[in-house]
Design a protein around this ligand. Structure first.
Ligand code: FES
Length: 202
C-alpha cells in the first residue's frame, strides 16, 4: 500500500520538554509543509488516497496495520484523550490511509458546549477534525481539556474544537478543517466532505 512520504509526521512524546520539541518540530513542520501537497497530488487517483466521502466509516489510525473495526459512538467518551482515525469505504473496505491528509482527530464534548454550526456537524458530541495543522502541516497531537483546545506543538497553534476548529492562538492562518459526522447503527459515519482543504497553507 503506497503512502505519501509525509506520513511520518508524528509529534514528540508528551514527556519532551517544550523547547526541544518546538525546535524539532519547527524543522519537521517546514519539511512536511513543503512536501505534503505535491506528494499527495501524485497519488490522488488511488482509492486509498481519495479524501473522505459521505458514508465512510472510521477506523483507528494508530497501529500497524491500521484498525479494521468501524468506530462507534462508544469509541470516544467525553474527557478521553484524542482518538486518531482514518476513513474507510464501507463498500470496498478500502482504508483511506494513503494520505496523511485523511487522518482525523476525534474528541467528544458535551453537545451543549458546542456552537450551533459545530453541533450540527457532530455525532452526539463526537467531533472529527483534520489532524494536520493548517500552518506548516505538522500533526495536531494533543487536546487540552482545561483550555478546550487542540494543539499543534510545532509552533503552538491552538484550535477551538467547540467552535468549528477556530484558530485561537499561534501562527495557523486557517481554522482546522472539520469532517462532519453522523451516527448510523451505532457507528460513526462521515456525513460530508471536509469543511475546507486539509493540510498546510502554502
Ligand atoms: S505547523 Fe506551525 S503551528 Fe502547526
Amino acid at each position: 500500500m503506497k503512502r505519501d512520504q509525509s506520513g511520518g509526521a508524528a509529534g514528540c512524546g508528551a514527556q519532551c520538554n517544550e523547547g526541544r520539541r518546538a525546535a524539532l518540530k519547527l524543522c519537521a513542520g517546514t519539511v512536511i509543509g513543503l512536501v505534503a501537497a505535491p506528494k499527495d497530488s501524485a497519488f490522488a487517483n488511488e482509492p486509498n488516497h481519495a479524501r473522505p466521502q459521505p458514508g465512510d466509516r472510521l477506523v483507528l489510525a494508530d497501529g500497524s496495520p491500521v484498525g479494521t473495526t468501524p468506530l462507534g459512538l462508544d469509541s470516544v467518551s467525553v474527557g478521553d484523550k484524542p482518538v486518531f482515525a482514518y476513513p474507510v469505504d464501507p463498500a470496498t473496505g478500502t482504508v483511506r490511509d494513503g494520505s496523511r491528509l485523511n487522518r482525523v482527530v476525534l474528541i467528544r464534548l458535551d453537545p451543549a458546549a458546542l456552537d450551533e454550526r459545530t453541533r450540527a456537524r457532530a455525532a452526539d458530541g463526537v467531533l472529527a477534525y483534520s489532524a494536520v495543522c493548517t500552518h506548516q502541516g505538522c500533526d495536531v497531537t494533543e487536546y487540552n481539556p482545561t483550555e478546550n483546545v487542540l494543539f499543534c506543538f510545532c509552533h503552538f497553534s491552538k484550535f477551538k474544537p467547540a467552535h468549528g476548529g477556530e484558530v485561537v492562538e499561534g501562527p495557523a492562518p486557517r481554522n482546522l478543517p472539520m469532517l462532519p459526522l453522523r451516527i448510523e447503527g451505532g457507528q460513526l459515519v462521515v456525513a460530508d466532505t471536509f469543511t475546507s482543504r486539509p493540510g498546510a497553507t502554502l
